[in-house]
Write a protein that binds this ligand. Structure first.
Ligand SMILES: *Cc1c(COP(=O)(O)O)cnc(C)c1O
Length: 378
């Protein structure tokens, strides 16, 4: 089954009992047992719910893993994955990892004895140098936010296999449509499904796919024990969103390419970060490991003042956090998503005050370009 077909026919399709072509929303918490311990596979909806299971089967198929898991948010998914470890264990992480992931590691999970070191994972030597005796996991985000840095997943996977470390990849930016980390050697792939997978700015959710039966048992144990599960309504919305993931990603990428061409010509814009550009440091690796470059672009307009003015002036690019939706979004990483990172550290990473991030949506690209043009000239 090819990708676009799998988005529609993967997982569990429709309803056997009625012929309904859409999976029903099983709005239920508990299930009648015929006798004690004798049931139809469901006992209680934290442990398992048929609508959530249909979604979990679908994401499992899309990522090519052993089992899928749906959580109440991307952060619940990240936290559950880290809970596979024990107190005293150590994780090596991509340095410009999502702000919330940085926060949970440095302010919450650290209190339970899980240590982390941030390195530039696009440089394998830095990963190697960070390995300690207690290192158990390497956690990558690729492409990253907001500079779209790319880590070579297969290269890191070869190393983690040799060292017997778990390799986790946050695949939110690429989606399972463009990139499948398990096929590249990762053990676990996770998504903030709030973004492209849901795709319509109407659900907060997280998805995880694991590569082995052992990890599936362990993660189900954590999911059922800690309870951060996704509800049936939201599971259904994600199944619905996934059906158009392919067509959305293709169209978003077309729009993005046109916008990047426009940005390259505009005198206000200096540096542009987009993995689809040959000049991008990660271009070759991105081309090798993903089938598309996505719809996220960051660019520098020179100063905080200019950037704020651009953000005030756009009409179709909505000023908001988040990404990956049908509507185009615009944000200022230094003051929004990355505000909790100290200014010095931001400067080190290259997140300047004039850096604008856009998430290209599905509007007519001519309107989007006119919108940016007007905002640049305001
Ligand atoms: C948004 C995001 C998360 C967190 O997901 P939520 O659904 O907001 O909890 C994690 N990783 C990346 C890359 C994200 O963009």
């Amino acid at each position: 089954m090819r990708k676009k077909t799998q988005l529609i026919h993967g997982g569990i399709v429709g309803d056997e009992h009625t012929g309904a072509v859409s999976v029903p929303i099983y709005q239920v918490s508990t299930y009648k047992q015929e006798e004690v311990g004798k049931h139809k596979g469901y006992e209680y909806s934290r442990t398992g719910n048929p609508t959530r299971f249909a979604l979990e089967e679908l994401i499992k198929d899309l990522e090519g893993g052993e089992a899928g898991f749906a959580f109440g948010s991307g952060m619940a998914a990240v936290t559950a994955v880290v809970m596979l470890l024990d107190a005293g264990d150590h994780i090596i992480m991509t340095d410009d990892v999502y702000g919330g992931t940085y926060r949970v590691m440095s302010k919450v999970l650290n209190r339970f004895g899980i240590e982390s070191t941030l390195v530039d994972t696009s440089n394998l030597d830095e990963v190697k140098a960070a390995v300690q005796e207690n290192t158990k996991m390497v956690y990558l985000e690729t492409p990253t936010n907001p500079l779209l840095k790319i880590t070579d997943i297969a290269e890191v996977a070869a190393f983690t296999k040799e060292q017997n470390l778990l390799l986790v990849v946050d695949n939110t930016f690429s989606t399972p449509y463009w990139q499948n980390p398990i096929a590249l050697g990762a053990d676990i792939v996770l998504h903030s499904a709030t973004k492209y997978i849901g795709g319509h700015s109407d659900v907060v959710a997280g998805l995880v796919v694991v590569a082995t039966k052992k990890l599936a048992e362990d993660l189900h144990f954590v999911q059922n024990s800690t309870g951060g599960v996704l509800g049936p309504q939201d599971s259904w919305l994600l199944i619905r969103g996934i059906k158009t993931l392919g067509i959305r990603m293709e169209e978003i990428e077309e729009n993005t390419k046109t916008i990047v061409d426009f940005l390259q010509e505009h005198p206000l814009v200096s540096t542009i970060y987009y993995p689809g550009l040959e000049s991008h440091v990660g271009h070759e690796v991105a081309k090798k490991q993903a089938t598309g470059f996505g719809g996220m672009v960051s660019f520098d307009v020179g100063s905080k003042e200019k950037a704020e003015q651009v953000l005030r002036s756009t009409k179709y690019f909505t000023l908001a956090e988040s990404l990956g939706a049908v509507e185009s979004l615009i944000s200022l990483p230094a003051q929004m998503t990355h505000a909790s990172i100290p200014a010095e550290r931001r400067a080190e990473l290259g997140i300047t005050d004039g850096l604008v991030r856009i998430s290209v949506g599905l509007e007519d690209v001519e309107d989007l370009i006119e919108d940016l043009k007007h905002a640049f000239e305001a």
